[in-house]
Design a protein around this ligand. Structure first.
Ligand SMILES: *[C@@H]1O[C@H](CO)[C@@H](O)[C@H](O)[C@H]1NC(C)=O
Ligand SMILES: *[C@@H]1O[C@H](CO)[C@@H](O)[C@H](O)[C@H]1NC(C)=O
Ligand SMILES: *[C@@H]1O[C@H](CO)[C@@H](O)[C@H](O)[C@H]1NC(C)=O
Ligand SMILES: *[C@@H]1O[C@H](CO)[C@@H](O)[C@H](O)[C@H]1NC(C)=O
Ligand SMILES: *[C@@H]1O[C@H](CO)[C@@H](O)[C@H](O)[C@H]1NC(C)=O
Ligand SMILES: *[C@@H]1O[C@H](CO)[C@@H](O)[C@H](O)[C@H]1NC(C)=O
Ligand SMILES: [Cu+2]
Length: 402
């Protein structure tokens, strides 16, 4: 399948560079956008994270180029790694992060600079070219899913480069699955529940640990809260308070949240998020713009983990950001396969939205959403996991169900 799809996408990608439409007005990040970057904010908290105003060197168009004769790399579920495989993976990640943290701030691939670019894109620091006050934001609108897939993609490329291992794959935190099941006959997937913070991200001796989290996130036997009260996602109103649910209560709520965000409420418009194109003003109220999974489980889990993860200014300082967001974009690909007429938007203002990212060689890449809608074309896939845990959530025993 992938071997047929990838070359076709590659050709489409080349064509899309040649054929530009004049009517559409997608968000378009350019050298000018960087030049006019200025301090932004998030819920009134100031953010000063602009990259250097002048982009040195060329900007090179990005085209996905998966060699179809090679198998797709597999991003695996963290909860199923064990023994030798877990040891090897942990050692590589440790080394990758040590090298990334050791890069000077002048290197856009450094751990710090990767946080800064997420901050600039997420705090209204970039303004639309030619505008005085219309910003560019990649949260709370339809850019959320593709932009974060791009961000994690380049993070993984940088780790590969630093490790000298082009086959290295970042793994994912399968927080949505809270049911350990027996694998289907012949299946080679991971069917273990993943609703605890992955131990390697919770071990103070590891480079993947971060001490600045809410106390809840450190409790190894507490199920994470995907149903967290969204109104608490705002440090300006004080630290959040947490419900003290049992694992059984919590994971039932989690499965309900997943079923609702992925199925019940998840037609294309609601799932992908609100349109955001040139001329649109920043959306500040999450419910007014975010797609279903951006709200639940994404914002809820950011809030639950807390600390740096609480705000877009600092979230990628916590390494758990990356396996967490890998699962977010995995869920996008699961949604597309669920049926119910689920499909990505066809609006060119979504498909042609253009962002700039530094790649693994510190070369600036011009990246379009249309090149990030099919992850197999990017050369990887996700290990099969127990999505059935929430797909077949039974609401008939809900308190208050009709
Ligand atoms: C984005 O801006 C660049 C530079 O101004 C321009 O060449 C390109 O056509 C624009 N792309 C879109 C999709 O508007
Ligand atoms: C942006 O600027 C225009 C005029 O340039 C003004 O009408 C509008 O109210 C401003 N919007 C915000 C959110 O400041
Ligand atoms: C949560 O509930 C358990 C028992 O159900 C109790 O032992 C524990 O102290 C409670 N924790 C908090 C923070 O309230
Ligand atoms: C999606 O569902 C919302 C209500 O949740 C509805 O307003 C909207 O029209 C639906 N969109 C499509 C494309 O079906
Ligand atoms: C933890 O993160 C918050 C941001 O949510 C920040 O305000 C705070 O200073 C950090 N605390 C420490 C000890 O680094
Ligand atoms: C389950 O039923 C309750 C009560 O009718 C409703 O509020 C909730 O949205 C339903 N959940 C799902 C996942 O459909
Ligand atoms: Cu983000």
């Amino acid at each position: 399948m992938a071997s047929i799809v990838a070359p076709v996408l590659f050709i489409q990608c080349l064509l899309s560079i040649l054929l530009t439409t004049t009517l559409a007005a997608p968000i378009n990040i350019t050298r000018e956008t960087f030049r006019t970057c200025r301090p932004g904010d998030w819920v009134g908290i100031p953010a000063d994270c602009c990259p250097p105003k002048v982009i040195k060197g060329p900007i090179v168009d990005f085209c996905p180029q998966h060699d179809a004769s090679k198998p797709l790399r597999v991003r695996k579920a963290l909860q199923c790694l064990s023994g030798h495989e877990l040891k090897t993976y942990t050692r590589k990640l440790e080394r990758g992060y040590a090298l990334m943290r050791a890069l000077p701030d002048s290197d856009p691939r450094s751990f710090k600079r990767q946080n800064a670019i997420h901050c600039a894109y997420g705090t209204g620091s970039f303004i639309q070219d030619g505008s005085t006050n219309l910003t560019i934001d990649i949260h709370l609108n339809w850019h959320f899913l593709p932009w974060h897939r791009m961000f994690v993609y380049f993070h993984e490329k940088i780790l590969q480069k630093l490790l000298g291992d082009p086959e290295f794959s970042l793994h994912f935190w399968n927080f949505d699955n809270s049911v350990t099941a027996t694998p289907r006959h012949g299946s080679r997937g991971c069917y273990k529940a993943g609703h605890f913070v992955p131990p390697m991200y919770n071990d103070p001796s590891k480079a993947t640990f971060e001490a600045n989290r809410s106390f809840m996130a450190f409790e190894p036997n507490r199920a994470v809260d995907l149903a967290f009260d969204l109104s608490q996602w705002n440090p300006a109103v004080g630290p959040p308070t947490f419900p003290n649910n049992t694992v059984e209560e919590q994971t039932r709520m989690n499965r309900e949240i997943m079923h609702r965000s992925m199925i019940t409420l998840a037609n294309t418009t609601n799932f992908i998020g609100k349109a955001y194109r040139v001329g649109d003003a920043r959306i500040v109220n999450p419910a007014a713009g975010a797609g279903t999974i951006e709200l639940w489980p994404h914002i809820t889990l950011h809030t639950y983990i807390g600390g740096w993860m609480l705000q877009p200014i600092t979230a990628p300082i916590d390494p758990i950001f990356y396996p967490f967001h890998a699962n977010m974009e995995r869920l996008w690909s699961v949604w597309r396969k669920l049926g119910y007429g689920n499909d990505d938007p066809t609006d060119p203002d979504w498909l042609d939205a253009t962002f700039l990212f530094w790649d693994e060689n510190a070369v600036m890449r011009r990246v379009k959403t249309r090149d990030f809608v099919d992850l197999n074309a990017l050369g990887y896939r996700y290990e099969e996991v127990n999505d059935a845990s929430w797909i077949f959530f039974d609401n008939s025993t809900s308190p208050g169900a009709p």
